[in-house]
Structures are given as structure tokens and as C-alpha cells.
Design a protein around this ligand. Sequence first.
Ligand code: TRP
Length: 352
Amino acid sequence: MSEKREVILSGIRPTGRLHYGNYFGAIQHFIRLQDEGQCCYYFIADYHALTTITEREDFYGQTIEMLRTYVACGLDPEKSVIYRQSDLPCTAELMLLLGMITNIGFLERGTTYKDKLTKLQEDPKSEGNPLSYGLLGYPVLMAADILIVRADKVPVGDDQRQHVEMACDIAQRFNSRFGDTLHVPHPVGRDALRLPGLDGASKMGKSEHNTLDLLDEPETVLKKIRGVETSTDPLPLEVESNDPDIIVPRMPGGVGVLYRLLHLLAPEEVYLDFVGKYRRKEKFYGTLKQTLAEYVSAFNAPIIERYNAPGNDEASVCDFLRANAKQVTPVALNMVERCRAAIGIGHSLYRA
Ligand code: TRP
């Protein structure tokens, strides 16, 4: 007998080009859950992205580019329901309802909000976005995204975990006020691997300009990898372990990231061979970079090919976005109607 399928939901902000940090931190987990046959909802959080907008941005274009890359990596719009947050505008209504029962003090403890507040206090003249109502309400919008599809599990990276816990609190508060209506989900860690950036910084990120991208062609890959700083004298490794989680943090700057990537992409014996060279302090960074660049390019090649495949152009992506938005809309509207009924507003006459 097959077990009941779990409802999995996760959102990703539209950032356009996807990099190795995105792949190993999120995309590979999304694909695994999809291939396990769970009921997966993955959406592009374009409303959330508005908290950092400073001028007009091509959100639509970035969303399409991202979706084409997702499909190229193996996310399958036939198996997962992949949609755009703003194609489900009833999420905004649920956010409004949830916002009415959410204390400001509770939201002020949100990390995203607190970080921004601290930055502004340190530098009141700093350019960029205001401390907006939308930013304070960020976790309420996330709660609406999650609760509207009755998600059981929400895989997120560590930075988003608190927001998911807040969604659980908000759901519980709603239920204790208005009766059992919302399904309280579980946050699940993605065992998210945080990749260091090519500059040796602790995190690979688009705004840090230190990414290796999934659509990088071989010349770019080689150029980026050659540019990784390895001139610092290697510290002798004092650890016996071959585990990159133990080795990488002990290596200076860029050397660590080369080993981390090699471990992810190359066969074990190749990785271990280079660990041996490092321990013996041989001169080998040129070969290491060359070898790694080849593995990276081999990893990217099929993704680039599928990205450009005829069935993955803008028109095809729009088709599945539309179809998937249609599929999730009744699920979401049903939930909003149940919340309206629970509160006592009654059904929307417009929708009936
Ligand atoms: N805030 C998340 C991020 O920045 C994206 C997101 C929006 C999300 N809504 C969500 C993640 C709901 C999980 C569930 O990465």
C-alpha cells in the first residue's frame, strides 16, 4: 500500500542566473523530493523579491530564465507544480487575514527585519530600500504561501527556518482563535550545503559576485577557476580526515573552494589524490584548476544543452506556468474561502 503523498512546498526569490550554491543548496533537494513522488509545489517568490527592489527590475525575465534553468537541471513541470507567486493573488488575501492576528512585536523578532534595522541604525543614510511594511510582513506572506496549499513540509535553508517556524505559530494562533482551519506544517532542514564563493568568502551569492554559474560555458569556467586565489601558502593539514567539511575550513581562501567543488563533482579517487598532493605540499594548483574546470564544464554541458532545447523556450515555460497556476488556484481559493468562513466573513460572492 502506498503511503499518503506529502505536500512539499518551497519558494525561491527570482534572481535570474543560478549558480552552484543554488544547485547544491536547494535545487538538488527539490529534484530528489519530486522524484520520490511527493506532491511538490515550487514557486518563484516574485512578491517577496519586491522587498529589495530599488528601481524597475525585469522580474518577469528573471523568472523565465530561472525556470528554464530549473527545468534544465531536472525539475519537471509535469511532476512538480511550478508556479509564480504573483499568479496566485489570493495569497495576498490570506496574508491580509493572517496579518490581522499577528502581533508587531512578534514580527519585529524576524531575522530579515532585524538585520535590516541594525544596518539602518548603523548607517541611517544607507541607500536602498526603506524599512517597509512589506519587509516587516515578510513572514506573514511566507505563512500565506505555505498555509494556502496545506503544506506538510517546507524545505528551506537555515536562513529561512525561523520564518517557517513563524508560519507555524501564525497557523496555530489562527486555529485557536477561529477553530481548526489551517494545517500546521513542519520546517525541514535541507541539509543545505553552503558553498563558499570563488573569492573564498563563506557564501557563494549573486550579490557577492563570486559565483560559478550553471550556464557558464567552458571558457568562462576556466577563467573563473583560474582566477581563484591560491597564492597564500597552504597551511599544513593536521587532520586525518578526508571529509571536506573538516578539510575545507582549514584551507586558506580560494583553495578551500577548489577542494569543495572537486569533492562534489569528481570521483572520490581524484579528490583524494589531490588531498594527498596538498598534504605533501606539492606544486599542483595549475593541474587542480585545470582538472576542476573540466569537471565543472562536464557538469554544465547537459544543463546548457537542455536550457537551449526547443521545448524549453520562453513560450513553453509560459505554457506550463499558466497550466500550473490553474492547477494550484482551486486548492488555494478553497483554503482562503475556509479561512473567510472560519472568521465569519462568509464566502466571496464574487467567486461563487
Ligand atoms: N523567503 C524565501 C527566501 O528568501 C522564499 C520564500 C517565500 C519561501 N515564500 C516561501 C520559502 C515559503 C519557503 C516557503 O528564500
